[in-house]
Design a protein around this ligand. Structure first.
Ligand code: IMP
Length: 438
C-alpha cells in the first residue's frame, strides 16, 4: 500500500490539537514503510505542552519533546530553534527511551537557538493561571507562554547555547532571577527562588545535553542540499495558533504552517507536501470557544470510546461533532494538500452523525471561521445529519470493506474541506490504517 506524499512533508493538526499526529508521524517515518521513509523528523515549535502517543506492539510511548521518529533506526530527530526546550523533561524522556532500548546518540539534534524553559517560567505559568481563576486559559502549566514571552521581550530570554558560556550564563541568570523574584513577591507574595540552585541544576543539564546540541539551521540546510528527506512534525493544532487560533485561548507559538519556516530557518520551497490531520470528530482541552461541543451523553460516549484524556495533563478533553467550518479554515491557512482522518472507529454505534457546516451570528450565515471569541461564543451552529454505522471498524484494512455510511461520511468531509482524504485511521496501531481514494 504505497502512499504518495511527495518530497518533504509537514504534518499539521487542523483542529485544537490531539488529532493523532503522533501515530501518523511514527508510521510515516518507518524506513521502507508505505511512505518511503524519511531521513529526518523535525519539530519546529511548541514545547513540552505537546503530547504525542505512539503505540508499538504492546508498548506505548508518550513523548512530549523528542520527535517520535527517533523510535526508528536511521532516522535523525531534530528539535529546531522554534521550540521552547525544557531540559528536565527532555532528559527524562531520553532516559526512559534508552531504558526501553531506543538508541539515542548522533540521531538527536537540539538547536543552539531554542529557548530554555526555566523553573520560573513554569511557576509563572501556574501562578498566573491560578490568579486568573475562572478566566484562566487552561494552559498545560509547562511554562510555554512565559518562555515565549521572555523570548519576545529579549531581556530575559535564554537560548540553549548560552548554557555553554558559564560566566555569562551565571551573570544573566542572577539578574533575571532577581527580577523574577521581585515580580513573584509583588504579584503573588512568593518567597524568592535561589538562582544558584537553578544554575547548578542547569549546569548538570548542559553537561548531559552537550552531545546533542547543534546549529540546526546549518544542519538542515546541509540536509536539504544533500537531498535528505524531511518530515516536519507540527505540535498542537491550528486553532491553538497564536495568530490564527481562538486568541487568547491559544498557545504561544505559531503552530500553523508559517511557524515551520521561522522555527527552522528553512525557506518555503523546502516543503513539498502539507498533510492536514483531522479527527473524525472534534476535541479541545482547556478553556475557549468550541461551537460544536457536546455536553451530553453522546459527548461522554465519544470521550470514553476515544480515550479522550490529555497525554500531558490527564485532563478530560471536551468533545463535539466534526466542524467543517474549522476544518476548511485550517486547511486554507496551512495550504493543506492532503487529509488524514483519525479515530473514525470511535464513531461506531452512533445512530446519527452531525457535521457543523456553517454558523449563524446575528441572523447572518457565516461559513468562514471567525476567530474572534466574542463572535464565536454567540454563534448558532448549522448541522447536517448523516446516518451512522454499527460495525467495528478496527479490523478493516481496505476501503471496500468499510460500511457504506462510513464511506459516505468521509466523502462528505472531503467535499466540505475541498481536499482529498488519503488516509483513514481506525485504531492506535500503525497497521490499523486504510489508504483511501474516494
Ligand atoms: P499552553 O500551550 O500550555 O500555554 O496552553 C494553552 C492552550 O493550548 C491550552 O488550552 C492547552 O490545553 C492547549 N494545548 C497546548 N498544547 C496542547 C496540545 O499538544 N494538545 C492539545 N491542547 C494543547
Amino acid at each position: 500500500m504505497p502512499l504518495n506524499l511527495p518530497g518533504n512533508v509537514c504534518v499539521i493538526g487542523l483542529q485544537w490539537g490531539d488529532e493523532g499526529k503522533g501515530k501518523i508521524v511514527h508510521w510515516m517515518t518507518e524506513p521502507k514503510g508505505p511512505f518511503g521513509g524519511f531521513d529526518l523528523v523535525v519539530r519546529f515549535g511548541g514545547g513540552a505542552n505537546a503530547g504525542h502517543t505512539v503505540v508499538v506492539g504492546d508498548q506505548k510511548f508518550a513523548m512530549h519533546l523528542i520527535p517520535s521518529g527517533i523510535l526508528w533506526p536511521g532516522v535523525t530527530a531534530v528539535i529546531a530553534n522554534g521550540v521552547v526546550f525544557d531540559p528536565e523533561t527532555a532528559l527524562n524522556e531520553i532516559d526512559e527511551l534508552q531504558a526501553r532500548g531506543v538508541r539515542i546518540d548522533g540521531n538527536l539534534k537540539i538547536s543552539t537557538k531554542a529557548h530554555l524553559v526555566m523553573p520560573y517560567h513554569k511557576l509563572e505559568d501556574r501562578l498566573s493561571e491560578e490568579r486568573l481563576g475562572k478566566g484562566s486559559i487552561g494552559t498545560t502549566c509547562r511554562g510555554i507562554g512565559p518562555c515565549y514571552a521572555d523570548k519576545a521581550t529579549r531581556s530575559y530570554g535564554i537560548r540553549i547555547a548560552e548554557m555553554y558560556d558559564q560566566a555569562r550564563f551565571d551573570e544573566r541568570l542572577q539578574q533575571i532571577v532577581d527580577a523574577k523574584n521581585r515580580t513573584f513577591k509583588a504579584l503573588y507574595g512568593r518567597d524568592a527562588l535561589d538562582w544558584k540552585q537553578i544554575r547548578d541544576e542547569y549546569r548538570r543539564y548542559a553537561d548531559r545535553l552537550a552531545p546533542y546540541i547543534c546549529e540546526t539551521t546549518e544542519f538542515l540546510h546541509r540536509a536539504l542540499r544533500d537531498n535528505k528527506r524531511m518530515l516536519f512534525e507540527g505540535a498542537q493544532g491550528s486553532l491553538l495558533d497564536l495568530d490564527h487560533g481562538t486568541y487568547p485561548f491559544v498557545t504561544s507559538s505559531n503552530c500553523t504552517l508559517g511557524g515551520l519556516f521561522a522555527g527552522t530557518g528553512l525557506p518555503p520551497k523546502a516543503l513539498n507536501t502539507s498533510l492536514g490531520i483531522i479527527k473524525a470528530y472534534t476535541t479541545r482541552v482547556g478553556a475557549g470557544p468550541f461551537p460544536s461541543e457536546l455536553t451530553n451523553d453522546t459527548g461522554q460516549q465519544i470521550r470514553d470510546r476515544g480515550g479522550e484524556y490529555g497525554t500531558t495533563t490527564g485532563r478530560p478533553r471536551r468533545t463535539g461533532w466534526f466542524d467543517a467550518v474549522v476544518g476548511r479554515y485550517s486547511a486554507d491557512v496551512n495550504g493543506t494538500d492532503v487529509l488524514g482522518v483519525m479515530k473514525l472507529d470511535v464513531l461506531t454505534g452512533l445512530d446519527t452523525l452531525r457535521i457543523a457546516v456553517a454558523y449563524r451570528h446575528n441572523g447572518r450565515r457565516i461559513d468562514f471561521f471567525p476567530t474572534d471569541v466574542h463572535v464565536l461564543k454567540d454563534v448558532e451552529v448549522e448541522y447536517e445529519e448523516m446516518p451512522g454505522w454499527q460495525e467495528d471498524l478496527r479490523p478493516i484494512r481496505r476501503q471496500q470493506d468499510l460500511p457504506k455510511p462510513a464511506v459516505n461520511y468521509l466523502r462528505r468531509l472531503q467535499e466540505l474541506m475541498d481536499r482529498p482524504i488519503s488516509i483513514v485511521s481506525v485504531g492506535a496501531e500503525k497497521t490499523e490504517t486504510i489508504a483511501l481514494t474516494l
